[in-house]
Design a protein around this ligand. Sequence first.
Ligand SMILES: NC(=O)c1ccc[n+]([C@@H]2O[C@H](COP(=O)([O-])OP(=O)(O)OC[C@H]3O[C@@H](n4cnc5c(N)ncnc54)[C@H](O)[C@@H]3O)[C@@H](O)[C@H]2O)c1
Ligand SMILES: O=C(O)C(=O)C[C@@H](O)[C@H](O)[C@H](O)COP(=O)(O)O
Ligand SMILES: [Zn+2]
Length: 352
Amino acid sequence: MGKPYRMIVQTGILESAADYLSELGRNRTTGLVCDDHTAALYADGLTKRLTAAGWHVRRCVIPAGEAHKTLQTTADLWAQFVEGGLDRSSLVAALGGGVVGDVSGFAAAAFLRGIDWVNLPTTLLAMVDASIGGKTGVDLPQGKNLVGAFHPPRMVLADPAALSTLPIGELRSGLAEVVKHGVIGDPALLEACAEGLDGLAGRWEWLVRRAAAVKVRVIEADPFEQGLREVLNFGHTIGHALEKASRYQIRHGEAVAIGMVVETRLAEKLGIARQGLSGQIKAILTRLGLPVEVPLGLDTEEIRAGLAVDKKRRAGQLRFSLPSGTGQAGDLQSVQAGVVIPIEEVLQEVCG
Ligand SMILES: NC(=O)c1ccc[n+]([C@@H]2O[C@H](COP(=O)([O-])OP(=O)(O)OC[C@H]3O[C@@H](n4cnc5c(N)ncnc54)[C@H](O)[C@@H]3O)[C@@H](O)[C@H]2O)c1
Ligand SMILES: O=C(O)C(=O)C[C@@H](O)[C@H](O)[C@H](O)COP(=O)(O)O
Ligand SMILES: [Zn+2]
């Protein structure tokens, strides 16, 4: 296990990020990694405050979007780190969503054989999921997240105030992972999500804390995915294949939403899930405005190719993390990992 690190969820915390980061050492250089959008929205304020606190800030901007979660973007970042004079005492600070976090963390993991980084998540998805647990990495043309490293951040500061500028489609995408965490281990999250977006107004800090807490429980028990952590992949075996087959036109959370419904139908057919569970999950996702059906027009062979490279496979067999019911508070037993299903059966369910 890496060094323990703090995650703080607090509205307005980005305003005092410099104070928190200074706990990790002073007068250091930070490579502040943002994408086009977070650079325009949040980088100036943060740079000013970090500079006032004695940090030397080198801003490194990457293009926004999953299509840029690549080795090329990582190589561009490494070049910016060198030009910016980053050394082994420097700190990479990822200011953005899951894409910025995954690429920055991976760049930090390999730069000079590994330097510290912190995560300042600005999307709901990154606050409740991507910023936690140290999975970093990039996509290859062959599939999602195929290259990466476990490299936990030194600190995570999540500021729900940043959600005020987040486009609604991105907010919905993050809610899919909240629903996933609800199924894994917190019925209160599912009840809140069943109220729809209007019912969540004014409750974002509560929601982020509660959803993040489920992931924290899982990764504390199994940081390097030796077993239990695979439950966090519920919806992802199919979700990742759909993302790739859509050339990343489907957002990660949207693909996971569809993946959770289809994978729960498979669980019902296998007798793992009680009948009606897929309908219950589908109703909550629909209420949140998330897609629940595989879009027409995706190429079956592309989906097959995406499934075939899933990282949970063993000896050529696809393994799924499937729910039996919805989680009980304090219990992480509702999703069963390692369920083997033949690819033709899966494609039949996905493509009809
Ligand atoms: N490492 C992990 O454990 C983990 C977990 C879940 C997901 N992921 C990965 O995370 C990625 C998805 O993350 P995401 O949904 O945050 O996507 P993203 O990083 O692409 O962000 C979505 C969009 O929102 C913009 N944005 C970010 N913050 C904003 C703000 N506050 N206001 C306005 N716009 C803002 C971004 O520029 C981008 O256009 C996927 O690559 C997925 O594989 C990783
Ligand atoms: O942290 C995990 O473990 C997860 O599975 C969380 C997922 O939501 C996330 O999308 C993750 O990036 C998937 O990891 P992968 O190992 O399937 O690439
Ligand atoms: Zn995910």
